[in-house]
Design a protein around this ligand. Structure first.
Ligand SMILES: [Zn+2]
Ligand SMILES: [Zn+2]
Length: 146
């Protein structure tokens, strides 16, 4: 029963992370924290962007949770693991596949092509607003056409 509960916690965390990052992106990053997030919307990028601090912050929080719950493998460990898995997916899809920060990773998979299209639309705007498509893994279905 415990193992089942932990798996539920893990998956719920991953789903909630997409919702949380959508809300943070829309209301904080394109709001009061725009001065940091704008480093990700500029035409020219340094390899390290100030915006990366958000990822580092999430990673530190996830590691801290995993560390706090590691002896009894309680809910903190599984929430921390869920955040780490979401962070890894985000990193692979967003930083690697969409923005090509490393060696090119190409795919014509309809899902990946769709989220890339949606995120590129988000980047069309170099300003705080207006902008659209604040999520990463979930996007409006109009982008998923072949
Ligand atoms: Zn943005
Ligand atoms: Zn981006």
């Amino acid at each position: 029963m415990m193992a089942f509960l932990n798996i539920v916690i893990l998956f719920v965390t991953i789903v909630l992370m997409e919702a949380l990052s959508w809300a943070m992106h829309k209301y904080l990053f394109h709001g009061p924290l725009w001065f940091i997030h704008k480093t990700h919307h500029q035409e020219k990028h340094d390899w390290f962007e100030l915006n990366d601090l958000f990822s580092i912050g999430f990673a530190a929080f996830a590691l801290w949770l995993m560390w706090a719950g590691h002896t009894s493998l309680d809910y903190r460990f599984w929430i921390g693991t869920g955040i780490s898995i979401y962070g890894s997916i985000y990193f692979i899809f967003h930083d690697w596949f969409i923005h090509n920060r490393f060696k090119a990773f190409k795919s014509s998979n309809w899902y990946l092509a769709g989220i890339r299209r949606a995120h590129k639309i988000h980047h069309k705007s170099m300003r705080k607003s207006p902008s659209e498509e604040f999520g990463l893994l979930v996007a409006s279905k109009k982008w998923f056409k072949n």
